[in-house]
Design a protein around this ligand. Structure first.
Ligand SMILES: [Zn+2]
Length: 404
């Protein structure tokens, strides 16, 4: 059995406020990866943290219990709504996601208060296409105070790197500073949040706990957050396609459109935002926004200042969309455009060749068609560097985009 107990909120000697619970693996072969689960924010924001419910720690603990085929015992209260949703519905989705998981029982002492106290309408800001799309729609274009963003959050829960590498806090700091600068320009408060929940991940698990950790951090702030937008990674159509041809996708790509609405409490509503768009539709929407032209950050190559390298798959994907839209020069200040130009032919060939099997390549292919933008044709012959390549017969050599 996995047991959660000892919920407490306290101020650390580093001037942070921490919500923490003990976790124990009882009579299990596997050792527990850590003794506690915690969520932490600046001590000035300590009052935002709940201290009357184990909701924030229930999600990752439930996944661990389902993987280890053992029940989950919580020595305290949880949201009745979340408890019912996880017991009746969410476990079935998780079992469909991974055949390693089985349904388990959740034992709790009782249920948490239901009175709504939060006034914040929030979202997380990574400065990627997805989060900027949510900020544009739900802040710039929204005027209903019940739904308009009034706070931004920055999570350090796995997306800045894993393990104990020295560079992780440097990258996290750089990305956080960018988010703060953006929030300052929009005159919105930004709350950075740290957690160790993603560190419970092991390679055998299919999910990396990145998204479960984000949902958990939001639930840790349900005293303060009334409504929270989770920026989607995929469109409704992509999630539908991923479910049919599922293979090694993350949990969000598999089910976020119908999983997130189950992550609710009486006090805090999570809304999945952005599934109504494809990635290129989001990029097109942001292309003329001055804030996006200054702060968009999509790169997945780690560097100290977390700049956009122009040559990784995420930079290439974004820049090709911008080139097709005629907006490449508008983003020249925040991307290494020269590097892009040196690699773009490879990526364009890759896009054409993968259009039938990769959803993002298909989007770019369709966008090019719509704008009459010339892409290579499949049977053409190209000279790349000193190599002559017949596309189609030697396709695999383009797979890492580094051959030009
Ligand atoms: Zn990059």
């Amino acid at each position: 059995m996995i047991e959660l107990s000892g919920l407490r909120r306290y101020v650390t000697d580093r001037d942070t406020a921490r919500l923490e619970a003990d976790i124990k693996f009882i009579d299990m072969k596997e050792a527990c990866p850590a003794e506690t689960m915690w969520v932490e924010i600046d001590a000035n924001y300590g009052g935002l943290l709940v201290d009357d419910t184990y909701d924030p720690f229930m999600l990752v603990a439930l996944y661990l219990a389902m993987y280890n085929h053992t029940d989950l015992k919580i020595r305290g209260n949880v949201s009745k709504k979340l408890y019912k949703n996880l017991t009746w519905y969410a476990q079935k989705i998780l079992c469909d996601f991974s055949s390693d998981l089985v349904p388990v029982k959740i034992f709790v002492d009782g249920f948490a208060p239901t009175n709504v106290t939060g006034t914040l309408i929030g979202t997380g800001i990574s400065c990627g296409v997805d989060s900027l799309s949510t900020v544009y729609d739900r802040f710039v274009c929204e005027d209903d105070p019940d739904y308009r963003l009034n706070a931004l959050f920055f999570f350090n829960c796995g997306s800045n790197g894993r393990g104990t590498h020295d560079f992780i806090p440097i990258i996290a700091q750089s990305r956080c500073q960018r988010a703060i600068a953006l929030a300052t320009e929009l005159n919105l408060p930004l709350v950075p949040i740290d957690t160790n929940l993603h560190q419970f991940y092991r390679e055998e698990y299919k999910d990396n706990f990145l998204f479960l950790s984000i949902y958990a951090c939001v639930l840790a702030l349900q005293n303060a957050i009334r409504r929270y937008y989770i920026s989607s990674a995929c469109s409704y159509g992509q999630i539908k396609a991923n479910g049919i041809s599922f293979e090694n996708h993350d949990l969000a790509s598999f089910c976020e459109s119908f999983f997130v609405p189950l992550i609710q409490t009486e006090r805090t509503e999570l809304i999945i935002d952005g599934c109504q768009y494809t990635r290129v539709e989001k990029t097109a929407k942001l292309a003329d926004w001055d804030i996006a032209q200054k702060y968009l950050n999509v790169c997945n190559v780690y560097s100290e200042d977390s700049h956009n390298c122009g040559g990784c798959v995420k930079c290439l994907r974004t820049l090709l969309a911008l080139e097709i839209l005629g907006k490449l020069d508008t983003f020249a200040n925040i991307f290494d455009i020269e590097r892009y130009r040196s690699q773009m032919m490879n990526y364009k060939i890759y896009t054409v060749m993968k259009a039938d099997e990769d959803v993002f390549a298909k989007e770019l292919f369709d966008l090019a068609k719509k704008h009459n933008f010339p892409l290579p044709t499949r049977r053409d012959c190209y000279t790349l560097g000193r190599q002559v390549v017949i596309v189609g017969d030697n396709f695999e050599m383009f797979a890492d985009f580094n051959h030009a």
